[in-house]
Design a protein around this ligand. Sequence first.
Ligand SMILES: Cc1cc2nc3c(=O)[nH]c(=O)nc-3n(C[C@H](O)[C@H](O)[C@H](O)COP(=O)(O)O)c2cc1C
Length: 206
Amino acid sequence: MATLLHLDSSPLATSVSRELTREFVENWKDAHPAAQVIYRDLAANPPKPVDQAWIYAAFTPVETRQPEQKALLAYSEESIAELQQADEYVFGVAMHNFSIPSVLKLWIDQVVRGGRTFAYGPNVPKGLLLGKKATILVATGGVYEAGTPTAALNFIDPYLSTILGFIGITDVTFVTAGGTAQLMSGKVDRGQFLQPHLEQVRSIAV
Ligand SMILES: Cc1cc2nc3c(=O)[nH]c(=O)nc-3n(C[C@H](O)[C@H](O)[C@H](O)COP(=O)(O)O)c2cc1C
């Protein structure tokens, strides 16, 4: 059964990135009527930061891992199983301080694990999540279009491309709704602002 993993990371109920992922999921479900969607709201249920006990547990060979170490890794294992099970991913990403929300970084720290999502090889590490497709739906207050002076301040696209590629996910599409600050100031109508972005999302949610 086709499976989509849907993550949201914005803390806001009025979030633009959440509206884009909702549109994506609705359209994707129409295109895959028998499919399954796994949902994680990272803002509502933030992953824990990795701490010393977690790191020791992750680096303890699975055969000798103690029950309490297994418990510490339970969220990580569950999240990795979701990444393995899903064929496709859609992530809603709010720009916070030129980068991703901290809850998404916490989730990344939980799922990027040697021997689980990447393998140490003789030369460079090798990603293990192969044949997957990711769509990243981003909302930013400012505008960071390629070729503009502010483009270099966008750390979301380069970081997510790099870290997803590191674990094997190289088919990554970004759609960015840039300039949401205009909505806050009331200068621009939300429906008008969103329309082209929602259309773009519908066209790729297949
Ligand atoms: C804590 C915080 C930090 C932000 N940092 C930036 C930033 O560095 N650059 C920017 O353009 N917008 C920034 N914004 C504005 C958000 O990117 C914008 O509101 C966007 O729509 C957030 O996505 P969302 O609507 O899905 O929550 C920030 C907003 C918050 C709440």
